[in-house]
Design a protein around this ligand. Structure first.
Ligand code: OGA
Ligand code: NI
Length: 335
């Protein structure tokens, strides 16, 4: 049984017991609806319109897709390609990077928090700290040989894009353009390269169960061929089918807190399928050390602050001390 916990990517012809959810927690795939989440063209001329669209998307879905986002098709293809190459390496090679300790800054792992959880998720993932790059790149995987180079390039581009998005998010809340960037300090950047192998019984398990992201903003590069991301809205799970060359953006818990609950860090999940592997690359921006998270005065005039102030350090510890699919972590910070 040990290998089923170590890596999901070890071939399973039948479903191991340890991945099977109880009947009331299963994904019920036949009830999932297909609906478009907002698609925003960042290359448009009319900035005020883009900002309006971002504001609307953050209020309603907490999720949107972007095109003409400034990250070249080449860079995206290379990132996806190297992610696939990494997970296709022999198990022995991959295991060099394995750890189940969530505090490690570079590690290959599986599921979510294998030591704590009772049911596992059908996912392996490589988790990397990415800022400052010079500090972490030396610790990143040295196989495949172009890994460090290609992933660093992608990380730099994503960081820039994340900053531009945070400027637009600030403006959409009628705050100064640099408001978020200022209060969030020197933001951390993490990456999760997710690998979801084909699964014999997709109805019984998750790649990732419903969760919200604990950070500020997430930029997800999802597999262009295989769908799997689903977003919760008004009691229903919506499948976010890949849009060519688009990136998926979602608001994390920290922006929900900073916006005093106006913008939503919504539940989302990844499901698996029986015959195709799926890869996604999630890039997370996170508040810098010492940044205090709380809403600005302008957003608490008519409606008092919903959450108490906290630091990301405190929040992150709380987040990892829970199971992924428990209540919204922000609930624990209500005033
Ligand atoms: C995540 C996440 C979704 C996906 O890594 O936090 O939500 O489609 N991933 O892999
Ligand atoms: Ni997520």
């Amino acid at each position: 049984m040990a290998d089923t916990v170590l890596l999901t990517a070890i071939r399973h012809e039948t479903m191991p017991e340890s991945y099977i959810r109880p009947a009331n927690e299963r994904p019920r795939l036949s009830e999932v609806v297909i609906e478009e989440i907002p698609l925003i063209d960042l290359g448009g001329e009319d900035r005020s319109q883009i900002i309006r669209q971002i504001g609307e998307a953050c209020r309603s879905f907490g999720f949107f897709q972007i095109i003409n986002h400034g990250i070249s098709e080449e860079s995206i293809q290379k990132m996806m390609g190297i992610a696939r190459e990494f997970f296709h390496m022999p198990v022995e090679e991959k295991m060099k990077y394995y750890s189940d300790d969530p505090s490690k800054k570079v590690r290959l792992s599986t599921s979510f928090n294998v030591k704590k959880e009772t049911v596992h998720n059908w996912r392996d993932y490589l988790r990397l700290h990415c800022h400052p790059l010079e500090e972490f790149v030396p610790e990143w995987p040295s196989t495949p040989s172009s890994f460090k180079d290609l992933v660093s390039t992608y990380c730099k581009e994503v960081r820039e894009l994340g900053f531009r998005l945070l400027e637009a998010v600030s403006e959409s809340l009628n705050l100064e353009k640099d408001y978020m960037l200022k209060v969030l300090g020197d933001q951390g950047q993490h990456m999760a390269v997710n690998f979801y192998p084909p699964c014999p019984e997709p109805e019984l398990t998750y790649g990732l169960p419903g969760h919200t992201d604990p950070n500020t903003i997430t930029i997800l590069l999802q597999d262009q061929q295989v769908a799997g991301l689903q977003v919760f809205k008004e009691g229903k799970w919506i499948a976010v089918n890949p849009h060519p060359n688009a990136l998926v953006v979602n608001i994390g818990d920290q922006i929900q807190a900073l916006s005093n609950g106006q913008y939503k860090s919504v539940w989302h999940r990844a499901i698996v399928n029986s015959n195709k592997e799926r890869i996604s690359v999630a890039s997370f921006l996170c508040p810098g050390n010492g940044a205090v998270i709380g809403p600005p005065k302008q957003l608490t005039d008519g409606s008092p602050a919903i959450y108490r102030n906290f630091t990301y350090d405190e929040y992150y510890k709380k987040f990892w001390s829970r199971n992924l699919d428990e209540e919204h972590c922000l609930e624990l910070f209500k005033r």
